[in-house]
Design a protein around this ligand. Structure first.
Ligand code: PEP
Ligand code: MN
Length: 298
């Protein structure tokens, strides 16, 4: 992974979506000459339902080129098909990532992997939305199968039917399982899409650093509340840099032993059950109140 110095975690930051040229430049200038290595911005946005902001498209690549020229930061975008790969390369984008919705489709992954044959850009493969380790492994294998070895993986959590405090649950055993399969594959942590809420990002990142993840990708916006996508989970550049300062310099020691990840998972399940119990009691109270008010009216 040439993007990072040995032993320093790879730090990727920038907005969920490129919105305007000015927005990208403002954010990028506040991240230059810091511990941030790569500037991220989504150009084409995969949205669960049509009608939401679907990205600025190709014009955003010109803006990213300017970001690179003015700040010296490397750039990263999401690619979801071979055309995206071609346009990214044409516009000197350094790092490509494959999104969670794309990893779920082996056909699309194969097409993207084929289009990456012979390039040396770092490609980061996010886990699929569903908690399926073999699907993630399979996506990585498809890139290796095309002799693309400048690879990494991004843990962005898993969609869950259960209601929890996270937007996507971490299920730490899965990225740890991926590491067992590919011990040398850099593993990057995406607390933004796991948290779904900015106040949870720091704690999650602390756990990831303690588990020896090789980097972080954190959505960063100059005016998070007004962001055109994922507004609740984005942090300001000031907030990001102060978190990174703590995370990278005061790394908390959490002894890694075989039961650590199991313990994290069990604690998480316990917290989730407590939240669900709380919800059930609230719903029960509301129903009792409704029944009582009907009785009084009779
Ligand atoms: C993103 O990085 O903005 C994104 C859409 O992520 P994911 O594919 O993890 O949902
Ligand atoms: Mn996002």
């Amino acid at each position: 992974m040439s993007e990072t110095k040995k032993d320093k975690p790879l730090i990727i930051a920038g907005p969920c979506s490129a919105e305007t040229e000015e927005q990208l430049l403002t954010i990028a200038h506040s991240l230059k000459k810091t511990t941030v290595d790569v500037f991220r911005a989504g150009i084409w946005k995969p949205r669960t339902r049509p009608g939401n902001f679907e990205g600025v498209g190709e014009i955003g690549l010109k803006w990213l080129k300017r970001v690179k020229e003015e700040t010296g930061l490397k750039t990263a975008i999401e690619v979801a098909n071979p055309k995206h790969v071609e346009l990214a390369l044409k516009n000197d984008v350094d790092v490509l990532w494959v999104g969670a919705r794309t990893t779920a489709s082996p056909f699309t992954i194969q097409e993207i992997a084929n289009s990456c044959r012979g390039i040396d850009n770092l490609v980061l493969v996010k886990n699929s939305i569903n908690a399926d380790l073999p699907l993630w492994i399979g996506a990585i294998e498809r890139f290796y199968g095309q002799n693309h070895t400048n690879l990494g993986a991004i843990h962005r959590g898993f969609s869950s039917f259960e209601k929890t405090k996270y937007r996507n649950i971490p299920i730490w055993e899965i990225p740890i399982g991926l590491r067992q399969e590919f011990p040398d594959l850099p593993l990057i942590f995406d607390p933004s899409h796991i948290a779904g809420e900015r106040s949870l990002i720091y704690e999650l990142s602390k756990t990831a650093m303690a588990l020896n993840f090789n980097g972080l990708i954190i959505e960063t916006h100059n005016d998070p509340d007004s962001a055109w996508s994922d507004s609740k989970q984005q942090v300001t550049p000031e907030n990001l840099l102060s978190m990174l300062n703590d995370l990278l310099n005061k790394k908390e020691v959490l002894t890694l032993n075989p039961s650590t990840e199991k313990l994290l998972e069990l604690n998480f399940r316990l917290d989730t059950l407590k939240d669900q119990l709380g919800d059930v009691f609230i719903k029960k109270r509301k129903l009792i109140d409704q029944v009582e008010s009907k009785k009084i009216k009779k």
